[in-house]
Design a binder for this molecule. Structure first.
Ligand SMILES: C[S@@+](CC[C@H](N)C(=O)[O-])C[C@H]1O[C@@H](n2cnc3c(N)ncnc32)[C@H](O)[C@@H]1O
Length: 259
């Protein structure tokens, strides 16, 4: 070892000697005894993070396998994400990137809305149309998707055309949600597509449609991040909440009563 000028070998040596745990060095770096503080050593933590990441990867893989099976049966693809060009046409810079909700969770969150043949359902930020495809198979009056990314719109249109077992028309509109038109909807789904500015403007547009066409409306909002914006709407009443702590997801339900 070369000695750096001005240092002595003693100074660069560890001050405290590390107690010898095991003479068999093949165990180095493994968390042999977490109960004895091993978990809180750097190597223990690294091992924990690595195994948590591996477990997470496995769970994601298993979910994707399940989603793929459903999509093969339905003859659609909302899993393969196309290359997305940077969005320039957004009014507020608060868009959330595309991520589809896991099918079993989607079914769970749609259930309390009890969508039926009289419902016109809007999915605001519809991506490649996963939610709309499920709703069309359930059988509502009409599905409308609003999506800002042209590449996702293109695939959503292909999916709507190819869907097996769909029972109603699916309309996809390439639009910024804050500038879209929301007349005739009875259920509005907002599955974490954007931040507060777009959310506030979108809610204002939905409210306006109720003046010209008073009707009963339900709304589901995913992730509680901007829930205050909904609490601020005096025309909406909080109707309940569903959680999936394992998936770190919450959906709140809101209604507008037509009196
Ligand atoms: C979390 S994904 C929603 C997935 C979708 N609901 C589904 O069923 O698969 C959010 C989507 O909102 C879209 N989005 C973001 N900002 C938007 C905006 N201002 N107007 C319309 N769509 C927007 C994104 O491009 C993305 O596809």
């Amino acid at each position: 070892m070369t000695q750096l000028p001005g240092t002595t070998l003693d100074r660069v040596r560890p001050r405290r000697s590390v107690p010898a745990v095991d003479s068999d060095h093949s165990h180095r770096g493994k968390n042999l005894n977490p109960g004895a503080g091993g978990l809180f050593t750097t190597t223990g933590l690294r091992g924990l993070v690595r195994s948590t990441k591996a477990l997470h990867k496995l769970v994601v893989k298993m979910r994707t396998i399940r989603d793929s099976r459903i999509e093969r049966r339905w003859n659609v693809d909302t899993i393969t994400v196309p290359n997305l060009a940077p969005r320039r046409n957004v009014r507020f810079k608060d868009s959330v990137h595309y991520e589809a909700i896991w099918y079993p969770l989607l079914f769970k969150y749609l259930k309390p809305l009890d969508p039926g043949p009289d419902d016109v359902v809007y999915d605001i930020g519809c991506g490649m149309g996963r939610t709309l495809l499920a709703l069309s198979r359930i059988g509502v009056k009409k599905c409308v998707g609003i999506e800002i990314c042209p590449e996702l719109v293109e695939q959503a249109l292909v999916n709507a055309r190819n869907l097996r077992g769909g029972k109603c028309p699916i309309e996809i509109r390439e639009q910024d949600a804050s500038q879209a038109e929301y007349s005739d909807g009875t259920i509005y789904l907002i599955i974490n597509p954007f931040g507060e500015d777009t959310l506030r403007t979108t809610l204002e547009s939905i409210k306006e449609t109720l003046t010209s066409d008073p009707r009963h409306v339900q709304l589901a909002y995913c992730t509680p991040r901007h829930e205050n914006t909904l609490h601020d709407c005096d025309w909406l009443k909080f109707a309940g909440r569903k959680r999936s702590p394992f998936h770190n997801m919450t959906v709140s339900y809101w209604v507008h009563e037509n009196r």
